[in-house]
Design a protein around this ligand. Sequence first.
Ligand code: UD1
Ligand code: UDP
Length: 378
Amino acid sequence: MKRDLTVLSVFGTRPEAIKMAPLVKCLERTAGIKSVVCVTAQHRQMLDSVMEQFDITPDYDLNLMHAGQTLTTITTGVLEGLDKVLNQVKPDVTLVHGDTTTSTAAALASFYHQVAVGHVEAGLRSYDKYSPFPEEMNRVLTSRMATLHFAPTEKSRENLQREGITEGVYVVGNTVIDALHQMVHDAYVFRSEALKTLPLQDGRWIVMTAHRRENLGTPLEHICRAVKRLVEDTPDVHVVYPVHPNPAVRTTVEKILGGVDRVHLIDPLEVEDMHNLIKRCFMVMTDSGGLQEEAPALGKPIVVLRTETERPEVVEAGLAMLAGVEEEQVYQAGMRLLTDKELYHRMAHAVNPYGDGHTSEKIAAILLQYKESLPEND
Ligand code: UD1
Ligand code: UDP
């Protein structure tokens, strides 16, 4: 193929943006590739914060987020919005990331236009249709539609192979490590006013997040009660919890953890503050997918607030403990890390399985190879 390869990157939520941003920047500087960005704004403020941080101005913005959005309204919004964008841009490849509703709907819209889909962070599986929900099904469906599969680890490649997907699969690491390399600095000064007021030099700090759909309601209540007990029983421990803006998350968290001594509930942080906060904390407790990759890469043990994980690499490497979502289990897992120095040391020194921070360049090189495989007169 003689002309530039037009690559349309589509994303809409905070984690997709954080992991696609280093790739978009890399594509922008790659000769032979024309990079076009479309955000769906499934998230608004949390997405815009990442775009600003990485200095990316989208070419298209579907501006979808609205109060009370549902999986159906997001899906139909992405399908309809992208129909127009795909007609205008006529990309050679659409890049989607991971497992959100934005990514699967964008893959479907591209498939309807017979545009090849490149799936970044392909091949993760929990093998439970309803956990994480709807992400597990989103990933499986996207894999069926994709032409290029950028798997972060050998394990994710094997998952794809088990489903008969062997063509166009590349093990490249995870772009989240690229993002971390750009963000984390020893002399970093926090920008968040809320962080500036916290006594981060005193005691041990736990960074906590929890937002997953399947944890809303009772599981999140259990998690919050366990964390409250951990803090009450360990006088040198503080928790900083940037709370997801979803009202279903906020209501529960504020009810149980609001006003608790040494628990600091704050608004979502800019990604650079967040990454540098993880770097300085004692440990992480989370149900987030991205944090399961970041914390170990920064040498921080992690308690996973879920019953399963699609990131078994971190558990097998001894970097994470899968705690479940029952109050007593979460409390015990947290307590072990706070009291067992030998365990803590081991977990803080295991090797991160997600690559060397050059994943974006590897993906760009594979896209250029793909360009060469397309017909000469195209
Ligand atoms: C989505 C993803 C999930 C990912 C998470 C990251 C799906 C199905 N789920 O879930 O995989 O882990 O994003 O955070 O795609 N909100 C705001 N401002 C924002 C963002 C969200 O107010 O900037 C509130 C809105 O009330 C919104 C709600 O959060 O309705 C939920 O957002 P939504 O994207 O529907 O689901 P998440 O739980 O964030
Ligand atoms: N993150 C952030 N600010 C916050 C909380 C999280 O920038 O206040 C980052 C975090 O470091 C990680 C990503 O957001 O890179 C994870 O996003 P989230 O937990 O929303 O989604 P998931 O990874 O579970 O899909």
